[in-house]
Design a protein around this ligand. Structure first.
Ligand SMILES: C[S@@+](CC[C@H](N)C(=O)[O-])C[C@H]1O[C@@H](n2cnc3c(N)ncnc32)[C@H](O)[C@@H]1O
Length: 206
């Protein structure tokens, strides 16, 4: 599993590596732009524009939301990613913190219309994801939603088929969501499949 130093080292090359994988329609980033595009559309479609991004990275999506007038908050554990993102979004409130320890206290004081996490939540264990999502849900405004875009699968069988096809490219350190399994722990889950290995989950406020 990449730690904060690993992501610091990846920060400058990240956008190019994603582009190559996306253009070749390969695991893990096949459908990346479509995943981010759908979340952008769903976030902008909300009446409120206060957004929290977990693991914002180089701010590919967050910057678009910032430019459209959203108030951006974020948490990431890589200081290099934060530096890149802060330059693109000078007024965003970005904090350094490991999501496996939960949300930093400064971000627990606000309410959000959208909480987004793209290609980041797979760094948590399955139980860790459920606990973290349960910590985030009370921070949503009425009609708010959590949007997770990632390598994810409807069923365990689909995940195993992708693992088999990916061969050595499969990242054993990343723990991908299986939607049918997530639904056993959370209600109000809507799944939008994008490609053989990607999709978007919306979890609406209770
Ligand atoms: C693959 S990048 C995704 C970046 C961006 N959201 C995107 O869609 O391009 C994963 C991001 O999550 C951050 N991250 C990974 N594990 C984390 C953790 N445990 N706590 C906080 N941030 C984490 C990394 O630093 C990195 O910026």
């Amino acid at each position: 599993m990449l730690d904060a130093n690993g992501f610091n080292g990846w920060a400058d090359a990240y956008d190019n590596e994603v582009r190559t994988s996306e253009e070749n329609d390969e695991y893990p980033f096949a459908g990346y732009n479509e995943v981010l595009g759908l979340i952008e559309q769903l976030v902008v479609g909300k009446t409120g524009r206060t957004v929290l991004d977990i693991g914002f990275g180089t701010a590919v999506l967050t910057r678009k939301l910032y430019d459209k007038g959203c108030k951006i908050y974020g948490q990431d554990f890589s200081t290099s990613m934060i530096e890149i993102a802060q330059k693109k979004m000078p007024k965003a409130e970005l904090f350094c913190g490991d999501m496996s320890d939960g949300l930093v206290p400064e971000l627990c004081r606000n309410k959000y219309d959208s909480i987004i996490a793209t290609y980041s939540i797979h760094h948590l264990s399955d139980d860790g994801k459920i606990d973290f999502i349960k910590q985030l849900l009370p921070l949503l405004n009425e009609n708010g939603s959590i949007f997770i875009g990632d390598v994810l699968f409807k069923t365990r069988a689909e995940l195993e088929a992708c693992r088999s096809d990916a061969g050595e490219a499969w990242d054993e350190d990343e723990i991908y969501v299986v939607v049918d399994e997530l639904k056993k722990h959370l209600s109000n889950v809507i799944f939008h499949k994008i490609t053989f290995c990607s999709g978007v989950i919306e979890i609406k406020a209770y």
